[in-house]
Design a binder for this molecule. Structure first.
Ligand SMILES: [Zn+2]
Length: 299
């Protein structure tokens, strides 16, 4: 058998995992009020996926120290990594059980980022997994002025466009501050991934595997953005960005390719960049008011 240290997608790990009788505490929690009683087997499966997701994120280098937290929704319950747990060394009984309002139903105390996770689920009811990481490149990019008001990550390669689309930069609040949830829920922008200023990234997905893979892709996109920062970089043309995100069903509301009049969303939080190369990009993304010199001349 492959070693447990090998990178493994959650799906693969679930398939490989022995059927354990030890269901997470979720299984014991009564599904009060729900018209769908979750079975112990469903919770056990979700728990194993979550444990595997933690290992996959660590294997990909996205969880320095004990940082990061992951949750998965099973019906009207959330399984979430407990506070202080290490993503690479999770056990089923490290998982907290919550309802969709955030009430703690069982297991250890949940991660302090409950509000962030709940807000991501509320933003898209079809999503059943949320990943929050302090991965190095995402953190670094979250410390820079955003490329535009609708996305901190410029369209440099297709892959993050296919996986997550636009990635807005949300304002800074202290880690664990419930206000982080409000930043997500009150953002006028559609997104399935965001950078949290001076902090990290949050990503949701239809299932845990997609959320993990998207998080890995986002980290790579952030790394590429950093590597090319300050250079005369060529962005993917707006019409191609639109075609890719449409084809993959990813959000992209970039005003730069939709005319200046549509830039109300973008104008709000624009940070015309502090660094010289990004300054033009920030202005173009936010204002959409015609070609600018430099990398955004593609418009
Ligand atoms: Zn954090």
């Amino acid at each position: 058998m492959s070693g447990t240290d090998a990178p493994m997608t959650p799906a693969a790990a679930a398939a490989a995992a022995p059927d354990s009788a030890a269901a997470p505490a979720a299984a014991a929690a009564p599904a009060a009020g729900g018209d769908r009683l979750e079975t112990a087997a469903e919770h056990a499966t979700a728990g194993r996926l979550l444990v595997a997701a933690g290992r996959a994120l660590v294997a990909a280098g996205l969880s320095p120290g004990s940082s990061g937290n992951v949750s998965v929704r099973v019906g009207d319950r959330l399984l979430m990594t407990g506070t202080g747990t290490q993503l690479g060394d999770l056990a089923l009984d490290d998982l907290s059980v919550l309802d969709l309002a955030g009430a703690h139903l069982g297991g250890p105390a949940p991660s302090k980022e409950v509000a962030l996770h709940l807000a991501m689920y509320a933003k898209d009811s079809s999503h059943t997994a949320v990943v929050h990481v302090h991965s190095p490149s995402a953190v670094a990019l979250s410390c820079l002025e955003p490329w535009s008001a609708h996305s901190a990550v410029p369209p440099l390669t297709p892959y993050s466009l296919m996986r997550v689309g636009q990635v807005p930069l949300l304002p800074f609040v202290a880690p664990g501050d419930p206000a982080m949830g409000a930043l997500v829920s009150e953002s006028p922008l559609p997104f399935r991934a965001a950078l949290l200023s001076n902090h990290g990234a949050v990503v949701s997905g239809e299932d845990l595997d997609r959320a993990v893979q998207s998080t890995i892709e986002l980290e790579e996109a952030c790394r590429i953005a950093l590597l090319t920062q300050g250079a005369a970089r060529r962005l993917i043309a707006p019409e191609q960005v639109r075609a890719i995100t449409d084809a993959w069903g990813m959000p992209w509301t970039g005003p730069a390719d939709e005319g200046g009049a549509s830039s109300g969303v973008g104008a709000a939080g624009s940070a015309a960049g502090a660094d010289s190369a990004a300054a033009g990009a920030g202005a173009a993304g936010a204002g959409g008011s015609g070609p600018l010199p430099g990398e955004d001349a593609a418009n």
